[in-house]
Design a protein around this ligand. Structure first.
Ligand SMILES: *[C@@H]1O[C@H](CO)[C@@H](O)[C@H](O)[C@H]1NC(C)=O
Ligand SMILES: *[C@@H]1O[C@H](CO)[C@@H](O)[C@H](O)[C@H]1NC(C)=O
Length: 398
């Protein structure tokens, strides 16, 4: 009897922690399941710690992430240094080989839901080295203040002031960068910040350097409609679930969990702002294929209390999809990666439509077997494929 119960408990635990249903065409499913299981155990533990009032969920996760950081060490191909741009800490990756001409420059912004990560994480450090080496480019990988210590617009402003510093003519010259070949890039929340600063730059009369490209890897682009088809399908996607994404969004603006609750109900946008729904209207902005099986219902306008307290979620600097067509039409050549099994899929797809509608040249790579986080899942085949595509695109276009 005792043994049966034990066995049953073991089976349930294994089922809960190991077996995660994954879409059929995801490759290396067992490896990914193990990875996801680790994340789930960690996330359950830190949720529990939060419930007991020991530590904020995001602070605990960020503490654990510190173990995956690597120091800024140079190798035989790339010199790595840490410095500050306008008091924002950055890592700079300079190719060692001699160059007769000025180099390309890439300003990279890491992801992590505005709460987690750093340029020092092994996976970002590795990517920046590869980029510098293969493209013979100067790569600046920026840090920025994270939630819950800092909220919007702090993240945006850190990134923007570091970028503005880098784009000054004398600074580009000091690093040997060609001002006609500078790009901005980022993944996830970093893609959000990349899209937002690129929009801001074209309206900034003080910055003379124009960006040549922006590269957005599964970016988050709006916090108005949390019920897009990809959000509806998202509870079972690997790595980033719908509920975690909503938590990240709300943490960007506040630690007050009532905003998160309103966002989960999709009732956080007040009536007076309902004209903004046209910019995130998936019924008009998604390709037919992604609408199949879903019926459009615009978010329910809620009380104006949230927008008064946290106006950030209606700000174009947090939600680049809210930009008007005129702003969008001045954007540089754009590269966007979206993944089929990603809650942020439809954000990216809608941005592609909006940019194409105003005549911006967009190169869009959709990974049918892709999921959120795959780009930096070091050692997975899909990460290599995505990074190779991204680097060869930059090679040709930056
Ligand atoms: C440096 O570049 C060479 C030639 O491309 C390559 O074989 C080597 O692995 C690189 N070293 C590192 C540490 O990446
Ligand atoms: C969204 O788009 C659909 C189809 O184009 C349209 O019928 C609907 O009125 C739009 N809703 C909003 C809130 O923009």
């Amino acid at each position: 009897m005792g043994r049966t119960v034990l066995l049953l408990v073991a089976v349930v635990l294994v089922a809960y922690y190991v077996y995660i249903p994954l879409p059929g065409d995801i490759e290396e499913p067992w490896r990914l399941m193990l990875e996801t299981r680790q994340l789930k155990i960690i996330s359950d533990l830190v949720s529990f710690a939060e419930l007991l009032g020991i530590n904020h969920f995001m602070d605990s996760l960020q503490l654990l992430m510190r173990f995956q950081e690597v120091p800024a060490t140079s190798d035989e191909n790339v010199t790595v240094t840490e410095t500050t741009f306008n008091s924002v800490p950055v890592r700079v990756y300079m190719p060692q080989r001699k160059s007769e001409t000025l180099r390309r420059g890439l300003f990279f912004i890491h992801g992590g839901g505005w709460c987690l990560g750093s340029a020092a994480l092994f996976t970002y450090d590795h990517l920046a080295r590869q980029t510098a080496d293969r493209l013979d480019a100067v790569v600046v990988s920026t840090n920025y203040g994270l939630a819950p210590t800092y909220h919007f617009p702090h993240q945006f402003e850190d990134v923007y002031s570091a970028l503005r510093w880098f784009l000054q003519e004398d600074i580009l010259e000091r690093y040997g960068v060609d001002p006609r070949r500078v790009g901005v890039s980022g993944d996830s929340a970093g893609g959000n910040l990349a899209a937002a600063v690129t929009q801001q730059l074209i309206q900034d009369p003080d910055v003379k350097t124009k960006l040549k490209v922006q590269a957005l890897i599964y970016p988050a682009l709006q916090a108005l409609d949390m019920n897009l088809p990809s959000y509806q399908e998202g509870p079972y996607f690997p790595i980033l679930s719908t509920s975690l994404m909503v938590r990240f969004w709300s943490e960007y603006f506040t630690t007050d969990r009532t905003l998160e609750k309103a966002m989960l109900l999709n009732q956080h946008v007040p009536m007076e702002s309902s004209h903004l729904f046209q910019f995130v209207n998936w019924s008009s902005l998604l390709p037919e294929r992604y609408k199949t099986g879903h019926f459009y219902k615009s978010p329910t306008p809620g009380s104006s209390e949230f927008a008064k307290k946290y106006p950030g979620f209606l700000d174009v600097k947090a939600c680049p999809l809210l930009a008007n067509d005129n702003t969008l039409s001045h954007l540089p050549l754009t590269y966007i990666i979206t993944c089929q099994y990603d809650v942020l899929r439809d954000d990216g797809l809608m941005y592609v439509t909006r940019l194409q509608n105003v005549g911006v040249h967009v190169i869009h790579h959709h990974f049918e077997e892709g999921f959120h986080g795959a780009f930096t899942l070091h050692g997975f085949k899909i990460a290599d494929r995505m990074q190779n595509q991204y680097l060869s695109w930059l090679m040709k276009n930056l």
